[in-house]
Design a protein around this ligand. Structure first.
Ligand SMILES: Nc1ncnc2c1ncn2[C@@H]1O[C@H](COP(=O)(O)OP(=O)(O)OP(=O)(O)O)[C@@H](O)[C@H]1O
Ligand SMILES: [Mg+2]
Length: 536
């Protein structure tokens, strides 16, 4: 029944306008399939005429024309579909991309990168194939199947009974697969995912692992992760082989039974030879349709549980970064803001304000909630209670994250996300303002230099300054700087402070920090404390 649920989800995530195409597709496919149902009748007549001793010219001609027309149009139709399939996959991916970017920040972070990677690499592809191949041909296959059963009912009840019994058994066996085979597959996939997540996570901390000579520790750990995969995948293949074998055996048996029954009735004189051949063809077609349906059901059964996640991502409450900034803002106020990540409140009835042109330092102990305050002002996090008020117009806000998020992409790409249409000169200018010009001029690959995962290939100080260059390009009205001096050594600090001072001239800025040297450039300090431990 899981399969039916997955099927429903698959249907629900088809974009609305594609549903119209789907209906047109189904109608044309049904017409096609029914055309092929006509053919056995024609060759029954041809065989009967030939056995009676004359050549049915008109029928033979019609047969040839219908066959050619049928196959030709099917090919043409598939050609149109190749294009449609591609578009469908692209639509699905587009939708997933933008949904993931706009997903509620907290629920997005709950899943790790490996999780999303596996959805993108396998599941989207899988889903779009299921869409285009299975879902689109299903009505035609199903209706043809029913029509064939009706024909068998009219011409030969014994044959209908045999076909029904065999196919009921096939259906039962493939349903049992859901219970006895698929759980092994799911478990195998899950262990594989866990293993790759762990490997990924450890690769991020590879320096530490090398430093602490963690090789044998890791080997043991990865093997422990991996053993369940081997165990489950072996079980899965074995059981699946038996299951498929039973289904194939029944199908073949069913075909032989159809031949036997039809020929028997022909010998006993109930059917003409043409009718016998026609009935054999119909029975074979019925098995063909059925195994098509069963094959796709097997596929759908194997479909990783992520279809639910794809749907969840597409339909999750979308978080909007408000882009319409109207400028001319005069003041921003945090009014009785309370926020918690889980049960425990980080901020309770927190108040602060900032006027246009002010530089305010936000100071407090580590873990007190400074970064949280900035994320609330920037709109990343929504407070459970209280509000952020902007008086007279919504400002454009730029935030420099404490963790200094750079992407594992080129220098250029890292800058362009702040201003996609920036010119070469603008990029250089931003680097210059952030004090990175000397560094940049020494890069042999220039803007195409790979920055490395979370900026690993460049130094901590360079990373800080690159983040500053990026925010210069973004050119916001309010700057939220979270520990902008992280990773900067004492000598460089002065230099960057000067850069910041110049950059912040006339701008509105909140500086979250516990670095006393930054207080020098602030006009005012706001302390963030907990009642039980007043700030010293
Ligand atoms: N994503 C999260 N999920 C759950 N708890 C979180 C999350 N981010 C922060 N916290 C918790 O909320 C509290 C405030 O965190 P926050 O990052 O705002 O502190 P901070 O004042 O910026 O600290 P620091 O000076 O060390 O940067 C901390 O106790 C932290 O453990
Ligand atoms: Mg912080």
């Amino acid at each position: 029944m899981e399969t039916i649920k997955k099927f429903k989800v698959l249907w629900e995530i088809i974009p609305k306008k594609d549903k119209v195409y789907y209906i047109v597709y189904s109608i044309i496919s049904i017409a096609h399939s029914l055309l092929f149902v006509l053919l056995p009748f024609l060759y029954r007549d041809i065989i009967n005429a030939v056995t009676a001793g004359f050549y049915p010219e008109k029928r033979a001609f019609l047969y040839i024309v219908l066959t050619i027309a049928g196959y030709a149009s099917i090919r043409l139709w598939s050609l149109i579909n190749v294009y449609k399939k591609e578009k469908l996959t692209k639509n699905l991916l587009d939708k997933l991309f933008s949904s993931i970017l706009k997903m509620d920040f907290k629920s997005f972070l709950r899943k790790d990168a490996g999780y999303w990677a596996s959805i993108f690499s396998n599941d989207v592809d899988f889903a779009s194939q299921l869409y285009s191949d299975f879902l689109y041909t299903l009505p035609a296959e199903f209706i043809t199947f029913i029509v064939i059963l009706v024909i068998l009912f009219i011409y030969s009840k014994p044959l209908l009974i045999t076909v029904t019994i065999v196919l009921s058994m096939v259906t039962l066996i493939s349903l049992l697969r859901e219970k006895y085979v698929i759980p092994h597959y799911d478990r195998a996939q899950e262990s594989l995912r866990i293993t790759s997540d762990h490997i990924n996570a450890h690769l991020k901390g590879i320096d530490d692992l090398i430093h602490y000579r963690g090789e044998s520790f890791l080997k043991k750990k990865f093997l422990k992760d991996f053993t369940p995969y081997i165990h489950n995948i072996k079980n899965y293949f074995l059981r699946d082989f038996l299951n498929e074998y039973a289904i194939n055996f029944l199908n073949e048996f069913g075909k032989f039974a159809a031949i036997g029954i039809s020929l028997l009735f022909f010998i006993r004189g109930n059917y003409s030879f043409g009718t016998a051949v026609m009935l054999i063809t119909f029975a074979t077609m019925a098995y063909g349709r059925a195994s098509y349906l069963v094959d796709n059901m097997r596929w759908l059964q194997n479909y990783p549980p992520h279809i639910e996640t794809i749907k969840e991502a597409i339909e999750s409450p979308q978080f909007e970064m408000e882009d319409q900034h109207t400028g001319n803002f005069e003041e921003s106020i945090l009014n009785d803001v309370s926020f918690s990540y889980d049960e425990k409140f980080v901020l309770e009835n927190f108040n602060m304000y900032i006027k246009k042109g002010e530089i305010v330092a936000l100071v407090g102990k580590s873990g007190i909630g400074k970064s949280t305050v900035l994320k609330i002002i920037s709109g990343f996090l929504k407070p459970q209670k209280g509000e952020v008020i902007f008086l007279q117009g919504k400002p454009k806000i730029g935030m420099l994250f404490q963790e200094g998020r750079l992407f594992n992409r080129t220098l250029k790409e890292n800058l362009l996300i702040a201003k996609p249409d920036a010119t070469y000169e603008e990029l250089v200018e931003a680097l210059k303002k952030a004090g990175l010009l000397d560094w940049f001029e020494k890069l042999s690959n220039g803007f195409d230099t790979q920055i490395g995962q979370t900026g690993k290939l460049i130094s901590g100080g360079e990373r800080s300054r690159l983040s500053i260059a990026r925010i210069i390009l973004f050119d916001p009205e309010i700057l939220l700087l979270d520990e902008p001096l992280t990773g900067v050594d004492q000598d460089r600090k002065e230099e960057i402070l000067d850069t910041l001072k110049e950059l912040l001239n006339g701008k509105t800025c909140i500086l979250a920090t516990h670095d006393k040297s930054l207080l020098r450039i602030a006009h005012r300090v706001t302390y963030i404390t907990k009642e039980e431990d007043a700030y010293d």
